[in-house]
Design a protein around this ligand. Structure first.
Ligand code: BMA
Length: 350
């Protein structure tokens, strides 16, 4: 289990086990975390990078937009799986690499998934779409979950060791489902995944559930985690964001919440703390959002008024958190904060 460290306090040893490639997991050290200090005069718990958007919509040939994407520490730098909608407006996933987590090289070709066996290749027959990836370091490899089209959106799962070769497992659930997010370790011996059952359109409802699996293939014991709240930023639907972060206070979950305005959906994000052993139990949940669409690049784009977090990096030594979020379904952005302050925010506004 990791520990929560007050802002700025240095520790000499990682608080969590070491990653196979030498980098720390959970609240271990990540000195290379992309970072900017809180702007002078700001009281925000989470503040935006002055370099936003860090990934423009047209970074690669034929990209219409690059957003809602997932990033992890990898080797001496970072790797990621990116949602790229192309100029045909096909939604698909691309691998990417970066030395600093800010300047990215994204592969021009889409990820080609090698089915783990003949049965799994049956779900690859007709490609519909692949979007909104999350990446989770779990045991010995990087798992990718994404919204995978199979007679409508559902949750695809695959894995990679090197971000070059990707292997596909069975879809986790029946359609329709979105926002599948794995926990970064087993809990009581079981793999756990959050998801949001939905419909085949622009779903006007949605609660977060958690499901268990002994093998990452067969999923069951579905439990309700949390639902919407009337007359708030999360009154229409909610969905898990980045991989939950393990802290002594519980699993810290960033999640998006949607309200329906007279001009359509508005996607903000907030955070909650879930019980470490029974994560369907909510310990605390912020009444206020952390980020709502307020910058031009969040308010103007292919889908206006969307901030959609899919990844978070943590440096346990300095308490720093950096969140990757998609803006206006068009570009990729960064926001920063201190883990202990975010936890205080969630508890204080609960
Ligand atoms: C959701 C998903 C997201 C998208 C959002 C706003 O249903 O498709 O990828 O960011 O809608 O358009």
């Amino acid at each position: 289990m990791g520990i929560v460290i007050p802002s700025g306090q240095e520790i000499s040893e990682p608080a969590a086990p070491q990653r196979a490639n030498g980098l720390a997991v959970g609240l271990g050290r990540l000195p290379s975390i992309p970072w900017e200090p809180r702007p002078a005069g700001s009281r925000a718990t989470i503040w935006r990078s002055s370099r936003n958007p860090i990934i423009p919509r047209d970074l690669i040939e034929r990209s219409n937009s690059i957003f809602n994407s997932a990033v992890v520490p990898f080797g001496d730098g970072f790797a990621g799986v990116f949602r790229v909608d192309d100029t045909t407006r096909e939604m698909n996933l691309h691998a990417g690499h970066s030395a600093d987590g800010i300047n990215w090289t994204i592969e021009p070709a889409t990820i080609q998934w090698a089915a783990i066996d003949g049965r799994t290749s049956e779900i690859q027959g007709v490609f519909e779409h692949a979007y909104d990836p999350r990446v989770t370091w779990l045991e010995d490899r990087y798992y990718v979950t994404w919204c995978n089209g199979y007679h409508g959106p559902t949750i695809g799962i695959g894995y990679t060791y090197d971000f070059k070769t990707f292997h596909q497992l069975e879809n986790a659930f029946l359609p329709f489902n979105r926002n599948g997010v794995l926990f970064p370790r087993r809990v009581n011996g079981q793999y756990l995944m959050l998801s949001r059952p939905s419909d085949n359109g622009h779903t006007p409802f949605g609660d977060i559930f958690v499901s268990e699996s002994p093998d990452l293939i067969h999923w069951g014991r579905h439990r309700h985690v949390m639902g919407t709240r009337s007359w708030t930023w999360e009154s229409t639907k909610i969905g898990a964001g980045p991989t939950p972060i393990e802290t002594t206070e519980g699993w810290l979950l960033f999640y998006h919440g949607v309200l329906t305005s007279c001009n359509g959906y508005v996607y903000s994000f907030g955070a909650a703390l879930l019980d470490l052993d029974e994560p369907w139990k909510v310990i605390a949940r912020s009444r206020d959002y952390l980020i709502s669409p307020q910058m031009p690049y969040e308010q103007i784009g292919d889908v206006p008024n969307v901030t959609f977090p899919c990844a978070a990096l943590v440096d346990g030594a300095t308490d720093r958190v950096t969140i990757y979020y998609g803006a206006a379904d068009t570009v990729t952005c960064l926001a920063h904060g201190y883990l202990s302050e975010i936890i205080d925010f969630v508890k204080a506004r609960s």
